[in-house]
Write a protein that binds this ligand. Structure first.
Ligand code: ATP
Length: 459
C-alpha cells in the first residue's frame, strides 16, 4: 500500500540506504543518492543479477560499453526519430502518447470527437485515469551533452537511454573474440539517462539510473521458445531472492502498444502499491526480432549476421532482451522484506520490532558483532572478532546502548546474524549467534565462527 511505501522510504532515509540528491541545497525528490547501506545492497543486487544471468552460464558473456556512443547509433536505433514527436504523458501511469493518436483512439472508442486541446475528458488507454496529461511537447527523451572545446551542434552527443545499443554494436566483436555462437547472450550493467518529464515514486523513475540488460541472440524460429524461457528465468530470479509470488505478475503488451523495435514484450510487474497505481513495471522482457542487427547493418554497412558452418547458411539472429533497472528490484526487495512483529524485551514483556527479512545474499550487513556491554574485557575481544569476519563480509560493530536496542537496529536493516560477545566468552572462547528472523540463538566456538556463518551466507 501507499503507507508501506512511505514507511519503507522513510526507513531508507533514516538508516542511510538512500538520501535525496543535493539535500543541503533544498534537495529534490526526483533524484536520489545511495548511502552506506544502500550502496552495499545495490552492489548485492547487481552481483546476484550478474552471477545468475552472466557468470553461472556457459552461454552468456559480459561487456561494459561507453555511455556516449557515436550519434549514428541513436539514429539507427530509432531513438532520435521515435522520441521527437509532440507527446503528452499520463501523469498517473507515465505512459506517453501522441496527442493526435489519443484523440483518434478516444473517438474510435466512444464515438465522440474532441480536439487535441481538450484532452481533459480523455481517459488514459493504459491505466484508465481520466484527463491527467501533461501539455503536448516536442521533446526528446535523450539527455544531451557536448564534447570538445566549444558547445557547438557538432559536438553534441547523447547519453545512452538504454545499455542495449552498446551490446548490438559490439555483436561482431564479441562473436569473434569470445568464440560464442547462437544461442548466446551478452549482458551489461551500467548507467542510462532519460529526460523523464515526470520522475518520481522514489527510485522507481529517475532521470539517471542503472540498468541490467542482456541481449540473447537466437536463430529466427526459435525466438518464441527462448522468449518464454527468459520470462520464466527472470521470474524465478525474484522468487528465488525471496519476493512473494503473489506480488508478481506478468503483463503482455497488446500488439498496438509495442515499441517500434519489439515483436512481443512481456513485463514483470510488482505490486509496488503507489498511491493510485497498485501494479507497476519492474522489468521488461522483449523479443526485439532482428530489428537492431538489421538497422545497424543497414546504417553501418557492416553485415551483422552469423554464418553457421554446419548448415552452410547465414542468418541474422533475433534478440530476446530482459531489461531492468537496479533501483526497481531493490525497492521491490525492500518492500517485500518489511515486517513488523514482536520481540521479547529485558523486562519479560514484548517490544514491537521492525525487521527487514531480506534474503541473506541481499542484506547490506551480513553480521554485527556486539559486546554484551561496553567493557574493557569485552570490547577489545569483540573488535577482534569483527576484524576477522570483515576479511569475508561487510560486518558492523556496535557497543552503544542496551543489547536489545542494538538487536533492533540490526533487525531494521536486515542484518542476518548478530554475534554477541559476553562475559563467558573470555573463558569459553565462544560467542552467541542470533538469527534475525527466528531470533534463535546458538553458542558457537570462536574458531568455528567463520565456518558457521559461511555455511549460512552462501552466495
Ligand atoms: P516505463 O514504462 O516504466 O517508463 P519503459 O517501458 O520505458 O518503462 P524500458 O525502456 O522497457 O522501460 O526499460 C527497461 C527497464 O528499465 C524498465 O523495466 C525499468 O526497470 C527500467 N527503467 C526504464 N526507465 C527508467 C527510469 N526512468 N528510472 C528507473 N528505471 C527505469
Amino acid at each position: 500500500s501507499a503507507d508501506l511505501v512511505e514507511t519503507v522510504v522513510s526507513l531508507c532515509e533514516r538508516r542511510g540506504f538512500v538520501y535525496p540528491c543535493g539535500e543541503i541545497y533544498g534537495g529534490t525528490r526526483e533524484a536520489w543518492d545511495y548511502g552506506p547501506l544502500g550502496v552495499e545492497m545495490k552492489e548485492n543486487v547487481k552481483r546476484e543479477w550478474w552471477r545468475t544471468v552472466v557468470q553461472r552460464r556457459d552461454d552468456v558473456v559480459g561487456i561494459d560499453s561507453s555511455v556516449i556512443l557515436p550519434r549514428e547509433v541513436w539514429q539507427a536505433s530509432g531513438h532520435v526519430a521515435a522520441l521527437h514527436d509532440p507527446l503528452v504523458e499520463c501523469t498517473s501511469c507515465h505512459k506517453r502518447f501522441r496527442a493526435d493518436q489519443l484523440v483518434e483512439e478516444y473517438a474510435a472508442r466512444t464515438g465522440l470527437n474532441v480536439t487535441e486541446d481538450r484532452l481533459g475528458v480523455v481517459s488514459c488507454p493504459n491505466c484508465g485515469v481520466r484527463g491527467q496529461y501533461t501539455e503536448p511537447r516536442a521533446f526528446t527523451m535523450m539527455v544531451k551533452t557536448h564534447l570538445g572545446p566549444v558547445d557547438s551542434e557538432e559536438g553534441m552527443q547523447y547519453l545512452r537511454p538504454e545499455t542495449a545499443q552498446g551490446i548490438f554494436v559490439n555483436f561482431l566483436n564479441v562473436l569473434t573474440t569470445s568464440r560464442r555462437r547462437p544461442p548466446f547472450g551478452i549482458g551489461q550493467i551500467g548507467k542510462s539517462f532519460r529526460n523523464e518529464i515526470t520522475p518520481g515514486n522514489f527510485v522507481f523513475r529517475t532521470r539517471e539510473f542503472e540498468q541490467m540488460e542482456m541481449a540473447f541472440f537466437v536463430e529466427p524460429g526459435t525466438d518464441e521458445k527462448w522468449h518464454q524461457y527468459w520470462i520464466d528465468e527472470r521470474l524465478r530470479w525474484y522468487t528465488d531472492l525471496g519476493v512473494n509470488p503473489a506480488n508478481l505478475r506478468l503483463h503482455d503488451h497488446p500488439r498496438e502498444k509495442l515499441s517500434h523495435y519489439s515483436k512481443r514484450t512481456v513485463d514483470i510487474e510488482y505490486r509496488f502499491g503507489f498511491g493510485g497505481q497498485e501494479w507497476a513495471e519492474l522489468e521488461g522482457i522483449a523479443n526485439r526480432g532482428d530489428f537492431d542487427l538489421t538497422t545497424h547493418t543497414n546504417n553501418s554497412g557492416v553485415d551483422l549476421s552469423y554464418f553457421e558452418q554446419s548448415t552452410n547458411s547465414r542468418y541474422r539472429p533475433f534478440v530476446i532482451e530482459p531489461a531492468v533497472s537496479v533501483g526497481r528490484p531493490m525497492m521491490a526487495f525492500l518492500l517485500d522484506a518489511y515486517r513488523e512483529d514482536e520481540a521479547p524485551n529485558a523486562k519479560g514483556g514484548v517490544d514491537k520490532r521492525v525487521v527487514l527479512s531480506l534474503d541473506r545474499r541481499l542484506a547490506p550487513v551480513k553480521a554485527a558483532v556486539l559486546p554484551l556491554s561496553r567493557n574493557p574485557d569485552l570490547t577489545p575481544k569483540a573488535r577482534e572478532v569483527a576484524a576477522s569476519l570483515r576479511q569475508y563480509w561487510n560486518v558492523d560493530f556496535d557497543d552503544a546502548g542496551a543489547i536489545g536496542r542494538r538487536y533492533r537496529r540490526q533487525d531494521e536493516i536486515g542484518t542476518p546474524f548478530c554475534v554477541t560477545v559476553d562475559f563467558d566468552s573470555v573463558y569459553d572462547h565462544a560467542v552467541t549467534v542470533r538469527e534475525r528472523d527466528s531470533m534463535a540463538q546458538a553458542r558457537v566456538s570462536m574458531d568455528k565462527l567463520q565456518g558457521y556463518l559461511a555455511a549460512q551466507l552462501i552466495g
